[in-house]
Design a protein around this ligand. Structure first.
Ligand SMILES: [Zn+2]
Length: 102
């Protein structure tokens, strides 16, 4: 798995938080397949909230546009976990490979 700080255009202010970010994203990823089995949407939202808080705590920013913006974990239209910035249009990275998808 690629660390967030290795994603193209992403800067992480506090890399000591990074292992926690990766763990929280793994938690989200583990919940996603279970959504079909009745895991409530509020459980997923709570898990995404933890990841989001840790990304903010680490000052993870997208520097592909100016000014840099925060990055949040979201699910895309296919239900895959991605990281998306707040630029318009947003930049997006595949969770896991770290590849830019937008
Ligand atoms: Zn961006």
């Amino acid at each position: 798995m690629t660390e967030i700080s290795e994603f193209e255009g992403v800067e992480v202010g506090d890399v000591t938080v990074e292992p926690l970010i990766m763990q929280s994203l793994q938690l989200v990823q583990s919940i996603l397949p279970d959504m079909l089995l009745g895991v409530s949407k509020s459980t997923l939202i709570a898990a995404l909230g933890i990841s989001s808080s840790l990304l903010a705590m680490a000052s993870a920013k997208c520097k592909l546009g100016a000014p840099p913006t925060d990055i949040s974990p979201v699910t895309d239209s296919s239900g895959n976990l991605v990281l998306r910035c707040e630029h318009s249009p947003p930049h997006e990275w595949n969770y896991g490979s770290g590849a830019r998808t937008s």
